[in-house]
Each structure stands twice: as C-alpha cells, then as structure tokens.
Design a binder for this molecule. Structure first.
Ligand SMILES: [Fe+2]
Ligand SMILES: [Fe+2]
Length: 371
C-alpha cells in the first residue's frame, strides 16, 4: 500500500477476520539456549538474577555466536522481554553497562570493515544499481533453491520480521519536521495503516504458518545463525542510541531501497516451489510498498534530516554501508553452508541438511510443496 493510501484509509481498529486467539500469541518468548560463557552468563543473570558476566567472558569474536546472542538477548529486554524475567531488568545498570561494552566491540568491528566515508549520494546511488549477475540468496532460491533451504531462510529472518519496523520506531522522538513526518508515514504502512491484519509482522506470521513453520515470536532464535543475529543487533544498536540516529535513518533507507527487487525474486521463488499464497503475499506487498517507501525515505527523510543536521552525513553513510555489510555476511554464511551441502542453521550440520532433503523427497512423493 502506498503511503498516501495508508493515510487516506485511516486507522480503523477492527476485530479483523482471521485474527488468532490471544492464547496462541506469544508475548514474551522463553530465554535462548546459550552459545558460550558470555551468553550463558547473560541468560543466568536474567533467569536467576545472578551478577552479569564480565564483558571479556566467552569467545572474543565480535561476529561470533556467543557475543551476538548475548547482545541480542540484552536488546530483547527493550522489545518484548522474556517469559519469567523481571521486566525492570531492562534498566539494570550492570546489564546496560555490559550491553554498552558489547556494542562498542560489535560496532568497532563494523567500522573496521568500512574505512572512509564516501558521499551519501554515491552510496545510495550504488544501492539502486542491481548487479546483472546477482548472486544473493533470493537469486539462488529463485533459480534452483530447494524447499528446505527456503524454510531455513524464512525461519532465520523471522527473528527480525516478526518485529518488522519496531527498531526504526525508536528514532521517531529523535527527529523533527519533515523527516519525522515522512518516517512516521512509512512506519504507518509497516504497522498496517491501523489494521492489525495488515501489519508486515503479521503478514510474516502468516508466511511462516504457510511454510509449515512456527510463527511464535522468537521461535527460531536458537537456530538463527550469528550473522542473522548481527543483522538485527545492528538495527537495535542504531535505534537505541540517539547519537546514531543518522545511522538508523541510513539503515532504513538501505532496507527500503533494496527490498523491492529481492522481494520480487522471493515471490517468484515461492511461486516456483508451489508455496502457500500467504508466503507469496508478504513479498508481493513489499514489491509495491517499498517502491514508494524508497522515494519517501530518500527525499523526505534523509534529505530533510541532512538539511537540518548536515554533520550527521557520515552517520547516514555508515548506516547504509553497515546494512549492506551485515546483509552480505548473512548471505555469504547461508550460501556457503548450502554450497557445502550443509544446513545454515545454528547447531545443525550436514546430517540435518541431508535429513531435510530426504524429508523433502518424501513430501514430493506425497504431492506436497514442490522444491
Ligand atoms: Fe515491511
Ligand atoms: Fe517498507
């Protein structure tokens, strides 16, 4: 839906048909399974009120499973929290201190990979050019991906899409004028234009159900690989720090600009595989909506923000490039695992990928989804 369409339609709260019973809707998910001593310490601090671990505990790799899961778990306190965990731990100064230290390490690693600061028009211009010989996940899935690979990718990305647009909402009070009004107009679309059944997170929930996967919030956090957690952690870091509001806006622009072409390929891949129409709908919605969102974000959000606060230009550039960086790392991880005949999920290897393949073959014989 276009921004204008959303505004004209207005916010009419309704008891939408097809809305799930409240009992099926997970508000706060269970704590994740730790992936090392740092994440183990964070989970123990939340579960038992134990003192948080020192930031130096665990695997020092800023891109690794242990740190990314620890950071992801600390950020979740600001979203929906965890079942059985005191919600006031969101503002526990020891946990905030730990989060700040982990953020510094993660964002330091991001900056290390992005030296210099090219002009903002140049980095945005590059996003608009689709490489002729595209080689990302959506290209692979469209050309010859298997159904189990599609399921893995959809499950990984649920860690973000079940709270789609939430991290960007943090920036609203940090903007003023046209930039604020335009960003809110785009967010209004992302949140369904006042209709819960049209929220993009809800469309993703229906996609998961259509793909035979759990749609519960963070149901797939334990299988999401570290590069996927990094994609979400980047948004949370930018959204929660006012000092990085320019980077959050850059992130938003990069996401909106690159979504439409890849959504078109994902819709084609799902149709080729004979997937449920609810799987396709999430992506067709994004082909239309993001063509409009891209224009609004570029001209009204970034344009107005930088007219008002030109000193934020390097941060906007950082946000655009960091988004490409983490998405690129996620794509390399997933495609690398698949090329080796392995599962891209955390904690699963070759055997599980092989098992999924056999399941798939069985499904085909029974006339289920074609892969
Ligand atoms: Fe969306
Ligand atoms: Fe969008």
């Amino acid at each position: 839906m276009s921004v204008r369409g959303a505004v004209v339609a207005g916010a009419v709260p309704s008891q939408a048909s097809g809305e799930r019973p409240l009992a099926e809707q997970v508000v706060s998910p269970p704590l994740p399974l730790p992936r090392g001593s740092l994440s183990e310490g964070v989970v123990a601090a939340l579960r038992d009120g134990a003192p948080p671990p020192p930031a130096a505990a665990g695997d020092p790799d800023p891109w690794g499973d242990d740190l990314q899961l620890a950071l992801h778990t600390l950020y979740e306190l600001h979203y929906r929290g965890f079942a059985g965990v005191d919600p006031d731990l969101e503002w526990d100064t020891r946990l905030l201190g730990l989060r700040g230290e982990l953020e510094r390490r993660f964002l330091g690693a991001v900056r290390d990979e992005l030296p210099g600061s090219p002009p903002v028009d140049e980095v945005i211009g590059e996003l608009l050019v689709e490489p002729v010989d595209g080689s990302g996940i959506s290209h692979h899935l469209k050309a010859d991906g298997r159904w189990w690979q599609m399921q893995e990718h959809l499950a990984h990305r649920s860690v973000y899409h079940l709270k789609e647009a939430d991290p960007h909402a943090w920036v609203i009070p940090r903007l003023t004028g046209r930039a604020k009004a335009a960003l809110v107009a785009v967010e209004f679309d992302e949140f369904g234009g006042g209709r819960p059944e049209r929220m993009h997170s809800e469309l993703y929930g229906r996609l998961l159900t259509g793909a035979g996967l759990s749609r519960a919030y963070l149901a797939h956090q334990n299988s999401a690989p570290a590069p996927m957690l990094a994609v979400v952690n980047l948004m949370s870091a930018f959204g929660l720090r006012r000092s990085l509001r320019g980077a959050l806006v850059g992130h938003f622009a990069a996401a909106e600009i690159t979504t439409a072409p890849s959504a078109k390929r994902m819709a084609a891949a799902l149709e080729r595989m004979g997937a449920h129409p609810d799987c396709v709908e999430f992506f067709t919605e994004h082909v239309e909506a993001d063509a409009v969102h891209e224009q609004v974000v570029r001209h009204d959000v970034i344009g107005d923000l930088l007219r008002r606060e030109p000193e934020l230009t390097p941060d906007v550039v950082l946000g655009v490039r960091a988004t490409e960086l983490v998405e690129g790392r996620y794509g390399e991880h997933v495609l690398g695992a698949w090329a080796r005949g392995e599962s891209s999920a955390h904690g699963r290897g070759r055997e599980q990928a092989h098992g999924q393949e056999q399941e798939k073959e069985k499904g085909k014989e029974q006339g289920q989804v074609q892969g």
